[in-house]
Ligand binder design. Sequence first.
Ligand code: ADP
Ligand code: MG
Length: 235
Amino acid sequence: MLSIKNLEVYYGYVCALKGISVEVEEGKITCLLGSNGAGKSTTLQTISGLVKSRSGSIKFREKEISREDSSRIVSLGIVQCPEGRQLFPAMSVQENLMAGAYKVRSKSETLENRSMVYQLFPILAERRRQAAGTLSGGEQQMLAIGRALMASPLLLMLDEPSLGLAPKIVEQIFDLLVRLNSEKNLTILLVEQNANAALKISSTAYILETGSIGLQGPSAELASNDLVRAKYLGA
Ligand SMILES: Nc1ncnc2c1ncn2[C@@H]1O[C@H](COP(=O)(O)OP(=O)(O)O)[C@@H](O)[C@H]1O
Ligand SMILES: [Mg+2]
């Protein structure tokens, strides 16, 4: 569905991605792992059109998108749930959700998406009038995912959704990603430092090491690889 080939990204003179290639298969959960500073967020920002590549290609359903602007990329169905959630803290839960629907043309689709989000996250329905900033960390992450779903994604990209959350809450959020993938047939590209959790729910994994793909393969294989276990799973 998404095919990245030899992607190079620079910030000024600093090379952040040194020609990476990544495939995201339709209907699957793919994860991109790596330590802090490896280039994970840069990869998502470049797919989203927020950072421009120097060379290489990004194809979505066979169409080159690396020179498209970010709002066009959202319209094509690639939606990012950003690192650190980026909610509007003073706005209500419902207002935050509606802000995610700015590219959706029809009112009925927006309302359908909203009832789907409230069904998936009953706690957000209960708190729809509450300011987003007063939610717990886990609820804020649910809201950030809900807001991304308001844009009718075909490919949902998440940047470290587990960050700062207790293990039990991470489990809930990841269970939900599995449900979105299996029940709504949503394709997911998951960026994580939490390799343990991400390898459990994904089918394919890539490990970024300072701008290059170090290892890649079926998630179950990487989870039992000694190098991966020592370096990323603390085993
Ligand atoms: N806006 C920026 N300007 C300059 N350098 C940046 C910028 N954003 C990220 N970098 C650098 O690019 C590298 C990759 O960063 P990033 O993609 O944020 O990594 P990760 O998400 O894996 O932690 C790091 O060395 C980081 O310092
Ligand atoms: Mg990051």
